[in-house]
Design a binder for this molecule. Structure first.
Ligand SMILES: CC(C)(COP(=O)(O)OP(=O)(O)OC[C@H]1O[C@@H](n2cnc3c(N)ncnc32)[C@H](O)[C@@H]1OP(=O)(O)O)[C@@H](O)C(=O)NCCC(=O)NCCS
Length: 154
């Protein structure tokens, strides 16, 4: 009998019960993290909020996307450090793109720090291209950092 391949992770809707685990990762990963209130407001506002669970591990990543007026706006995509570079981020991004498509979005856009090589590479390899720059968008250690605006048109 041939083995049935199992996917490496499961994606499910983020609930308020996930937020303690989400914020624990967020605080570990980012120098300027979202707050618990940012995530709670996103869930309560009905944004497209997702968590990713490993087959054996608990919560290993999460994503938040706003779907409105024919656009998907990806606001947060994070994979916890020990689980990075295993393909979860790429599959999570594909899941979010499919979700936006199913919703009827014409495109997905996002902001990324110019210093975030991993994010830029991930997005570029999924077909996103840079459409602009938002000056001084992000907080930074010294002053502020620009954001590159990337888009994927359907
Ligand atoms: C960006 C992030 C979500 C990628 O998740 P991941 O699970 O590590 O990514 P994957 O293993 O699926 O890798 C997919 C591709 O992303 C790119 N990538 C991921 N990590 C990278 C790194 N450290 N350096 C360069 N490219 C990287 C590569 O193109 C990679 O493809 P490859 O493995 O064939 O080279 C993850 O690194 C992360 O959560 N980083 C911190 C938060 C963050 O910056 N989020 C994005 C904000 S806009």
């Amino acid at each position: 009998m041939s083995a049935v391949p199992q996917s490496a992770e499961r994606f499910g809707p983020m609930s308020e019960g996930d937020l303690d685990a989400v914020i624990e990762i967020e605080d570990r990963i980012y120098e300027f993290p979202w707050t618990l209130i940012n995530f709670r407001d996103s869930v309560r506002a009905g944004y497209s909020c997702w968590v990713c669970r490993g087959r054996q591990e608990g919560l290993i990543g999460y994503g938040v996307m706003m779907l409105a007026a024919g656009d998907g706006h990806l606001l947060n995509l994070t994979v916890d450090k020990p689980y990075q570079r295993r393909g979860h981020g790429r599959r999570f991004l594909r899941h979010l793109i499919t979700t936006a498509r199913d919703y009827g979005a014409q495109r997905v856009f996002l902001e990324v720090r110019p210093s975030n090589d991993a994010g830029i590479d991930l997005y570029a390899r999924q077909g996103f291209h840079q459409i602009g720059v938002r000056r001084e968008y992000y907080p930074a250690r010294h002053g502020r950092e620009d954001a590159l605006v990337f888009a994927l048109e359907f």
